[in-house]
Design a protein around this ligand. Structure first.
Ligand code: DOR
Length: 440
């Protein structure tokens, strides 16, 4: 029987699992990739997409975002954030628990899942947050992509900085633990030492220094090694951490870097002021080289945005009242593909860091590759033209980007989620909904 609901993508430059680019067609039916061939008969599908001149990549899976719902919808919500994802080529996201209420139990998790089901244009998964007092919940509530521990740069119940509490979490259970690795005690001491009335935002990188990041990363790696516990190190920001990881990496440890730590530096405070303020902070540019090398060598496995929107009004407050965080889902892919175009890495590496390795690291079934049987979460990008990051084109509710004005290539032209076209040449198909990710 003929299935008339399918889609054919024609004449695309297709990134195959072996890393080669292949000019041909892709047949999609019932949300899955069915066939890849140099030419596919288009009689039995209802949609044909002419992808001449475009490159077909697996949709980006962003493994660290803060989408603010529930509790802070004035900054962002699951609808606005997912629109930004669709524009940026992000077809799935893994979202963090520092919302209000905190995602630290089944009830809060169910609420987020229900909100995402009704509002998100792309696929979604959520972390459960450790409080140091909710061992039962972090090990049993589900579905979750993992347990998030803020070892530093957090206040309230989600800050778990005491070594005995951390050890208890690593020693009990088997789920993936993702750590925000900063040494809170050191940060507190340095804040006392350096903070005075004339301190400007560039002090942020001095107060939350490289050693603060290294101390926490070391501790997390030590605990993971001791208990053979699956560990993911979030937004690695320094060369010394990357070097430590290179020497101590275990097969069950992964790490990520953000485009901002790879492409911005402490120099950025001059132009961006507190828009450049994030946790962990931006670093001096010698760190960038080491992070890049660690990515190229497979020491760092993934790219995440840490999309953390705050309003311009909030950001305009004087340091340290200005909140840390910057948006990223709309620009991450184009930023990285621009680096590929400049010869710093390959398109295949970008796809691995932003999709394949994330699916593998988080055991997300059927995603991250363009192959028969895989979900049709696909993006068509334009690697032939350049276009700047423009504030007026942004879909994120916060309405700004630290990369405004940068001329980028590799912008997404079409985004397909589960076989459905959700973004098309600047236009969103707002009725499309993503699905809850499954973690095997
Ligand atoms: O700068 C940051 N802001 N880093 C984080 O990890 C959290 C985030 C936020 O939620 O604002």
């Amino acid at each position: 029987m003929t299935d008339f609901t399918g889609l054919i993508i024609q004449k695309a430059e297709i990134l195959l699992p072996n890393g080669n680019l292949f000019l041909g067609d892709v047949l999609i039916k019932q949300g899955r990739i069915v066939e890849i061939a140099s030419s596919i008969d288009s009689n039995d599908v209802n949609t044909i997409l002419d992808a001449s001149g475009l490159t077909l990549l697996p949709g980006v899976i962003d493994p660290q975002v803060h989408f603010r719902e529930p509790g802070f919808e004035y900054k962002e919500d699951l609808f606005s954030a997912s629109c930004a994802c669709a524009r940026g080529g992000v077809t799935s996201f893994l979202e963090m628990p520092n919302t209000k209420p905190l995602t630290s139990n089944q009830l809060a998790l169910d609420d987020k899942l229900a909100r995402a089901a009704s509002k998100s244009l792309v696929n979604y998964g959520f972390f459960i947050g450790a409080t140091g007092e909710n061992l039962e919940e972090i090990n049993n509530a589900g579905p979750v992509c993992g347990i998030k521990i803020f070892m530093g740069s957090m206040h309230g119940p989600l800050l778990v900085s005491q070594e005995d509490k951390l050890e208890e979490i690593f020693a009990n259970g088997s789920r993936l633990i993702a750590v925000h690795a900063e040494d809170q005690a050191r940060i507190d001491r340095r804040r006392e030492q350096y903070m005075n009335s004339s301190a400007d935002v560039s002090m942020h990188s001095i107060i939350q220094d490289e050693i603060a990041a290294l101390n926490a990363t070391k501790l997390a790696i030590e605990l993971s090694t001791k208990y053979q516990r699956r560990l993911h190190i979030l937004h690695m920001s320094t060369g010394i951490e990357a070097q430590y990881l290179r020497e101590h990496k275990q097969p069950w440890i992964t790490a990520e870097a953000t485009p901002q730590h790879l492409l911005l530096s402490t120099d950025s405070y001059k132009n961006l002021g507190s828009l450049a303020q994030m946790n962990p902070p931006l670093r001096s540019d010698n760190n960038q080289q080491i992070l890049w090398q660690a990515l190229l060598d497979g020491v760092i496995d993934m790219i995440a945005t840490d999309h953390a929107p705050h309003t311009l009004e909030e950001k305009a407050q004087p340091y340290p009242k200005s909140p840390s965080g910057m948006p990223g889902v709309e620009t991450s892919l184009a930023l990285m593909l621009t680096q590929a175009n400049l010869g710093r890495c390959t398109i295949n590496q970008v796809a691995r860091w932003m999709s394949t390795n994330v699916a593998k690291g988080y055991s997300i079934e059927n995603k991250g590759l363009i192959a028969p049987g895989y979900d049709a979460d696909l993006i068509l990008v334009d690697l032939k033209h350049y276009h700047p990051v423009l504030r007026e084109e942004l879909k994120t509710k916060c309405g700004w980007s630290p990369f405004e004005g940068r001329n980028l290539t590799g912008w997404t032209v079409y985004t397909i989620v589960g076989g459905n076209l959700v973004y098309e040449k600047g236009k969103l198909h707002e009725q499309v909904r993503g699905k809850a990710l499954k973690f095997s």
